[in-house]
Design a protein. Sequence first.
Length: 369
Amino acid sequence: MLGHQTLDVQESAEGVAGSALSVGNTLSATGQAQAVHVESDQAVQGHVESSVVGTVGADAGPYYAVTSEATGNTATAGTCCAPTTGSSLQALQAGSAVSADAQSQLRGRTGGISIDVSAVGSTTGWEQVGGGVQTWTGQTADGLTIATNSGSAELSTGNAGLSATAVSNNVTGDLENAGADLGVGQQGAGGTTAVIDFAIASGTDIQAMATGVGNNVDVQATGSTVAFNAQQQAAGATTVYSNLEAANWSGDATVSAYGVGNSVVVSNNGPRVQLWNDQTVSGPVDVGASFTGGTGAHAYASSTAMGNAVSGYACDTCGGELSATNRQTGNARVRANSALAVTGRARSVAADATAIGNSATYQVVGSGQ
């Protein structure tokens, strides 16, 4: 499955935009005041690739905006005012790959720059209003998940935003006034890579953000009780690098890189959360952020690497009860590195690097916080 876009522009007075999208398997099951039961089994055996190659020989006009998105398996299910039940099974098989890429060469003046690259191996979303959800999601990622964003720009007179995001297994829950009993099993040995490598000769505000997650869960709920159990195993490498060069810049140059092997966030703006969590990371987590500049204003480089991370939240003013059982095991290297070099003058420069093997945060907070 290949989505490819080529932009070969000499000059534009009104801006340049392009996008590429590639999806391997997709499922959507929704209802209205009717029960929904889902039994889904999806697998990617080959390559799902998305690519944008953009070249502008002279001025690009007020903007250059590019997106490249690749998803191997995607499933969404839910209903209003009735139960949702069932399971979603998704696999990225060994030897397969989900990759998104953007390559840009901007040789003249450009107003704003927006280049966003996203690769997701498998994603399941449970979306519910009222009623209740009782489901199981099983995901395996033995193939590769890769997002790369590279190129150069001669002159940017507006904000320049660059992103690369790679997630091998992803589960989300958007539950409004709904009770939930959710189970998730995620494992991956293939590897997750997100890379930004970009150079701007002259710019103003510049942001470069790379994010890589092996197994990810994010559940946001408003309901009586959210019961959640997850088992995550990240055996593949998580590699995240964000590299930016700017000869001259007049605003804020911010370079950030974030990588985590296993991540769970469960939040209920309601009275009760019951959370059981078992995470194991055996693949290395390597994260790096670097900035090299000439003369400019403010520069900041930040890198964060974590093996396992879990967060649970319940509403204090709603009765506030949170019970959690947590098991986290780290058998791999977790490394973060930030580098910042300015050869000319700058108003301020700062860098930080944080590496954490296991992180667990549980809070009972006020409604709306």
